[in-house]
Unconditional design. Structure first.
Length: 154
């Protein structure tokens, strides 16, 4: 387990975190779709060519999962994260194809203490994922919960 170095107090509105890149393979796209989203355009090259996407593409849920992987690997492992009450405004802007290199940015929009728990702070964020051409492929918003380095005393 990594040492915790980032607490709620360290996460300020206006911060943008670059959380790295990931490149899905054809095999990974098919494996994910086989288990979780078995639509033809995620599984079969010929069916995908005939679809609106024009070729085999990743499930939007796979794109979200890849974003989460980057988030955990490059941020949450060293953050005092306590999970999230959920995401909203999930939008798949463009399809993700095998070999696309995806880059994740995490924008901190708002930060406030949790009223019911003085040891927890809430952080509202928006996630953006871009392909190697600079096209946005994913947009998500939501709240994260983080342990406070200095809990409020009430």
């Amino acid at each position: 387990m990594a040492e915790i170095t980032v607490y709620w107090e360290d996460l300020q509105p206006g911060q943008v975190l670059d959380l790295g890149c990931i490149t899905p393979t054809r095999e990974e796209i098919i494996a994910f779709a086989t288990q979780f989203d078995p639509q033809p355009f995620h599984l079969d090259d010929e069916a995908a060519k005939a679809s609106v996407f024009g070729g085999l593409c990743a499930s939007g849920w796979h794109t979200c999962a890849m974003a989460m992987r980057l988030m955990v690997t490059n941020f949450l492992q060293t953050a005092a994260s306590l999970g999230s009450p959920g995401l909203e405004n999930v939008k798949w802007m463009k399809p993700v194809f095998p070999g696309d290199t995806l880059r994740l940015q995490h924008h901190i929009l708002e930060s406030r203490p949790m009223r019911s728990r003085p040891d927890v702070g809430l952080v509202r964020t928006h996630w953006e994922m871009f392909n190697q051409h600079g096209d946005q492929v994913l947009h998500m918003e939501g709240w994260g919960m983080f342990r406070r380095r200095h809990p409020a005393s009430d």
